[in-house]
Design a protein around this ligand. Structure first.
Ligand SMILES: Cc1ncc(COP(=O)(O)O)c(C=O)c1O
Length: 395
C-alpha cells in the first residue's frame, strides 16, 4: 500500500517534495498513525503548524459548527468569526489593524506591498542572511539563502540582505534610503538561530534615527511556540508590522499581517485582496488556538516544558560534545546542531517511530505540538541518546 501511494505520487505530482515514506491513516494528540496502525511521535508538527496536535476536540467542534453555517463567503462580507478571531489576535499581538491571508508567504507579500506603497520602489528593503520568508516573488527575494532563488531571476528589485547578527553590516546598510527590515527573531528554516540582543539594540537606535519599518516575521516563531507570543517578545522592541501564519489556523490555512495604527491606511481601498484569505472555517479553528495558547495556559506550559527539554538536550551536548555542536532556541522551537549532516539521523529516528526534521544540512529542528507531555519528550530524549551512543555518525 505504501509503495503504491509513493508510486502514484511519482506518476502524478511534479517532483518538488522529498516525501517521508509513510501512508498516514490519522493523527491523535502528538502522534500520527500509519495504515498498519504503527504510531509515530511527531516532533515537527507539520512544520510548526499543529500546535494543538491532531484531532483536538475543540477544533473539531468549532470547525464543524462553522461549516454547518457557511464554509466561505467572499470578502465582500465581514463575518462574525473573522472579527472574533482578529480581535483576539490583535489583542495578543499588540497591533492595531489586520489583513487576513491564507499563508505566510502571502502575509509577507502584503507587507512588502504596503512598504512599497508607503516608500516607493527606490528605497531598499532588507532581511537577514540565512532567513526564510516564503516562496512567492517578494518573499523569496527576501529569503536570505541563494538556493531558494537561483534560477528564478530577475528577483524583486531593491531587496537585499544584512549579514545575520553583524552590527557593522547593519550600520553600513541602514540609512535614509531604507524602507524596511524584516527579521525572524529566531530563524526557523535557517537552523534555529537567535538574533542577538546587541543587534536588536542597534537596529532600534537606527530605527529612531531613520524612518523605516521593522517587520517581525512570526510565522514560525509566533503563536506561543517560543514560550512567549512572538520571538520578538524576548527583546525590548515593538515592531511596526507583524506577519504570522502556520499555527494560527489550527491546521487550516490562515495567515495575517498586523500593523501599527500609523500604517493602517497606507493601502487604499481595493488595492489589495484575496478570495480565500480569512476563511471562516480557518478563523473558527484559529480562535480555538488563540484561546488555548493565550487564555488556557498553554504558552506558560511551553515556556516551562521548553526549559526542561532544552536543559536535557544541553546535558546530551556535554556528554556527546563530538556529535552535538550546539543546542539553540526557546520554548518548543529548538535546534540541535550536529557535527555531521543529519539526514541519516532523521532516518534512524524514523525507525524508532519519531518524526523529525533536518534543516540547514546539520540541524535537527524540533517543533513538536505545544501540547506535548514530559513523557513524550523523554521518549524522544531516550531514543535520541540511544542513537548517539551507537556512534554511527562520526564527524
Ligand atoms: C519564518 C517563515 N516565514 C514565512 C514562511 C512562509 O510561510 P508559508 O509556507 O505559509 O507560505 C515560512 C514557512 O516556513 C516561515 O518559516
Amino acid at each position: 500500500m505504501l509503495k503504491e501511494i509513493l508510486d502514484q505520487e511519482k506518476r502524478h505530482f511534479i517532483q518538488i517534495y522529498n516525501r517521508i515514506p509513510l501512508d498516514i491513516s490519522h493523527g491523535q494528540g502528538v502522534h500520527l498513525f500509519d495504515k498498519d496502525g504503527k504510531k509515530y511521535l511527531d516532533m515537527f508538527s507539520g512544520l510548526g503548524v499543529n500546535a494543538l496536535g491532531y484531532s483536538h476536540p475543540r477544533i473539531i467542534e468549532a470547525v464543524t459548527k462553522q461549516i454547518n453555517r457557511f464554509a466561505h463567503l467572499s470578502n465582500n462580507y465581514i463575518t462574525d468569526i473573522q472579527i472574533e478571531f482578529s480581535e483576539k489576535l490583535l489583542h495578543y499581538s499588540g497591533k492595531s489593524k489586520i489583513f487576513l491571508t491564507n499563508s505566510g508567504t502571502e502575509a509577507v507579500e502584503a507587507a512588502v506591498k504596503l512598504i512599497r506603497m508607503k516608500y516607493g520602489a527606490d528605497k531598499n528593503i532588507y532581511s537577514l542572511t540565512n532567513s526564510f520568508h516564503g516562496r512567492t516573488y517578494a518573499a523569496m527575494t527576501l529569503t536570505g539563502k541563494d538556493k531558494y532563488k537561483k534560477g528564478f531571476e530577475p528577483l524583486v528589485q531593491n531587496i537585499f540582505q544584512i549579514d545575520f547578527n553583524n552590527i557593522l553590516d547593519l550600520e553600513r546598510k541602514i540609512n535614509g534610503n531604507t524602507a524596511a527590515v524584516f527579521l525572524e527573531f529566531i530563524q526557523g528554516e535557517g537552523g534555529i538561530n537567535e538574533v542577538s540582543h546587541e543587534f536588536v539594540y542597534e537596529l532600534k537606535k537606527l530605527h529612531e534615527k531613520y524612518d523605516f519599518i521593522i517587520v517581525s516575521d512570526g510565522i514560525q516563531c509566533g503563536t506561543g511556540r517560543t514560550g512567549k507570543a512572538y520571538s520578538h517578545s524576548y527583546y525590548d522592541i515593538d515592531p511596526d508590522i507583524i506577519v504570522t501564519a502556520k499555527a494560527i489556523g489550527g491546521g487550516l490555512p490562515l495567515g495575517a499581517i498586523m500593523v501599527s495604527e500609523e500604517l493602517s491606511d497606507i493601502i487604499p481601498l481595493g488595492k489589495h485582496g484575496t478570495t480565500f484569505g480569512g476563511n471562516p472555517i480557518s478563523c473558527a479553528a484559529g480562535k480555538v488556538v488563540l484561546e488555548e495558547v493565550y487564555e488556557n495556559g498553554l504558552m506558560n506550559y511551553v515556556a516551562e516544558i521548553g526549559d526542561y527539554f532544552k536543559n536535557e538536550l544541553l546535558v546530551l551536548k556535554s556528554k556527546y560534545s563530538d556529535l552535538i555542536k550546539d543546542v539553540r532556541g526557546k520554548g518548543l522551537m529548538l535546534g540541535i546542531e550536529m557535527s555531521f549532516t543529519c539526514s541519516n539521523l532523521v532516518k534512524d529516528l524514523f525507525n524508532k517511530s519519531i518524526l523529525s526534521n533536518c534543516t540547514n544540512e546539520n540541524a535537527i529542528r524540533l517543533l513538536p505540538p505545544l501540547i506535548i507531555s514530559k513523557s513524550d519528550l523523554d521518549f524522544f530524549l531516550y531514543n535520541f541518546e540511544e542513537l548517539l551512543k551507537t556512534g554511527n555518525y562520526g564527524t
